[in-house]
Every structure is written in C-alpha cells, then in structure tokens.
Design a protein around this ligand. Sequence first.
Ligand SMILES: [Cu+2]
Length: 504
Amino acid sequence: MRRFHALITALVALLVLASAAQAKPRSTSVRTPQGTITTTTLPGSGGARKLLFKYGPVRIHPGQNTISITPTSLRPPKGGWITSFHPNLTYTNGKVPPVDVIHLHHAVWLINRPGDAYRPTWAAGEEKTIFRTPKGFGWHFKTSDQWLLNHMIHNLFPTPTSVYITWEMTFIPDGTPAAKGMKEVKTQWLDVEGGKAYPVFDVLQGTGHGGQYTFPDDNPNAYPDGNQRNRWVVDHDATLVGTAGHLHPGGLWTDLKLTRGDRTVELFRSKAKYFEPAGAVSWDVAMTATPKNWRVAVKKGDVLSVSGTYNSARASWYESMAIMPVAITTKPAGGADPLMTNVAVAGKITHGHLAENDHHGGEPGSLANAAKLANGPAENTVAIKDFLFKQGDLSMPGAKGLPPVIPAGQPLTFVNDDAGRDIFHTITACKQPCNGAAGIAFPLANAGSGPLGFDSGELGFGPAAFTAASNRKTWSTPTDLGAGTYTYFCRIHPFMRGSFRVTG
Ligand SMILES: [Cu+2]
C-alpha cells in the first residue's frame, strides 16, 4: 500500500513537472531585411501570443527631424486578432534613448486593406501610450493587408546614431480557442488637423482664456478653407470601445464629443498626467485612456469631433498636435446611448513615469549671460552652420559670442546654411538669460506674446506633401522689437542658443 502511494506521488510529481514545462513561454525569433519578429507563446491564454517587432536599425543623421514613410513587412505571420499595441524606441543595444537626446516625434502604422482606404491604425508619440482593446474586441489582421510605417525620429544633437522602432502586440491567431467570438474594431482617426500629413497648429503664449487655449475652438480661423478637419460623420451604427489622446508638451487634455441633432455631449476627456516637476512643459507625461468597460453606442449620422487644450500661460507651443484615435466596431455591439447616460467617465493612465524622461534641464552650465556681454559687430545677417550661430552663439567664447547689434526698426536676417544637409533650425525666442542646460523642460518658448514671442518656423526644405520644414532657409526678426538684448534657441536642437541686441 505504501509502495503504491509512493508511486502515485511520483506520478503526480511528474505530471506537475510536465505541465510546468509546457506552461513555460517559448520564444522564437525570425530575422527579416527590415528587422526581427520575436514570437512568445502565452500559456493558458487559449492560443494568444506576444509579438515583438524591431524595425531597423534605422540610421539617424546629425540633427535629423525628417519624416519617412515605408511599407513594412514586420507584421503578424498569419491572420488573427491584435488586442494590444505597445510602441517604443531603442538604441541598437536595447537601451531606450533619453528623450532630450533622441526622440520619437511620431510613428503611425497605416493599414491598407484591399477594397478599403489606407487607415491610420496605431500611433506612437513620445508619451508612449499603450493601446489595449477591451476583452473580446480586436483589430483583425489579414495577410493580404499592407502596412505602411510613417515615422519621424528627431535627433536633438549633431551626433549620428542608430535606433530600432519597436512595437509589441498581443496577437490571437485565427482558429485558436481565444479567437472564438472576437468582435472586430477599426481605428477611426480623429485629429484637429485631420487629412494633413503633418497635422500641427501653434499655441501662442497669452492666447485663449485663463491661461488655456483650445484648438479649434479658440481660433476663429482654424479652418480657412471651411473644411472642419476635426470632425467625422459616423458612417454606420457601431460601438466605440476605446480611445486615448495624443498631445505635445504644454497639452492638458483632448476632448472627444458627439453631436446628434442639436445636442452635443462629451464622450471622453483624455488628460495629460505630468510627472514633470515643472508642470505641463515636457514629455514626462502619460495620457489617460478609456476604462475597459467604456462602450458608447453611436448611430449613422452622428458627428464625432475632437479638440485639444493647451496651457498658454507658460510658453508658446509651436507645431502642436491634438489627436484621438478611436476604436470603433464594424458592427453594433451594444453600449450606452451617450444622450441618455454620461459616458465621459475618468480615464486611466497607461504607464507611469519613464526613466528616459529624467533629464529635465535648466541647470547652470557654460553658456554666456548675453545681457552682460559687450556689443558685438553691427550685422544684418547671421548665418547658421554646423549647428552654430556664426555671431552671438552663447556657447562661443570671445568676439564671435558677442551679440550682433541692429538699430531699432531694422530686421536681423538668419540664414540656415545647414539646410542643404536636411538639417532644420529655428530661431525661437526664450526669456533672458536662456543659458541653462538643455533638457526635456528647458528651454521653453517663453519670451511672451506679440513680437517678443518670435519664431522662425523650421528653416529647411522637405517634400511638399509632408514635412515639418517651412521650405525656406531665411527668416528675419520682427521690426517692432524695442531696445534690449534678446535670447533665442533652436526648437529642434535646444542646445543651440544665441543672442542679438537692438539699440534705441
Ligand atoms: Cu537647430
């Protein structure tokens, strides 16, 4: 009897060991010309797996801030359901670059399904929101779909490097137990500048009300051609199951609203939760997303609209964004009637503070205090070459570092001689002395509104259809500047600082 017992115990132990071995996640990697795909099984999930895509290495040029669009073969190997999307950026050694050094301005994955239009489906900004569909919903992938990756990686320094764009997905292959009963969602892109390939607007310091500026509401000329780019008319009865907003530093929240007949109601406010000690001024932020049980029934003909609200008291925010991709079912799947129920509940952030946002900047460094410098030469032009302002650069010792002098009423013209190398620069006013170290929260475009808050735009050239560049290489200062010493920085390469002096 005792021997029998021992045998049973041994058998049970073996079985436990065997099932433990089976329950271990297994990973396999496939290398492709565009990067690697690593598949990891998720035991006990009914067939789901994690797919990690590493796109690259992508060569990053000195100071680059350009947009690239390429087809990508980094997709699931077979048909199935995608239920989460987690984007990131890494060096080739796997480390995540500090955001004040290399910065994922944006990446957008566009899907072209034969018979449908190209559809932006997932996106990443430096807030690195993680998208997850509620249980039972997913994006359905077919191997006949084509994927395009639109990315803009920004190098804040002249040092070239290499990076991977990475994205991790939860994937449920068709035909597995977990795929049973899944409901399909698509992404409906809602963007205050919808339809533009570089969808940005400026928030000028001091505009709006009470220190806040909402686009498009606070700009009567937001849509000069009459095309209300922030709206989408719902084209089929459906259920909204999730959304989160995308903003830039300075952003406070995005709002998603629904209009039916003469009523407009809030559906969700995605709030920016800043970890940044200085407040709403940097990428040290996470956005709130809708909770798992958020379901909103929408009808054909309803109008969805989006707006973005920024802090306009602290600084100007050039080339800002406000986007809310919404996961919408292809067929109705229940949900609350937003005219009967308040669906605008509080959201949840999708991650905490990220270590790559630890260098806030502003500490005293080696740059000059321009107000204490003697007059430099009288000039009407300042060339920018090799990331240096040729006269009045705050990093330059001696005569070259002295502020060029212009008489009141005369412009000073800047010429970007790096433009031929696809390097864009800006001349953006910041409050004197503007000589702290560059970081994610310094410098700010905080010289005030009106002529004091000048900004050149990105001096440089790019393709007509989509570029951050202004497609010119020169810019002149406003002619109504009063006597005084002015400091400025380059928004693209914030270590670049300069000054000039207006004499009365
Ligand atoms: Cu620059």
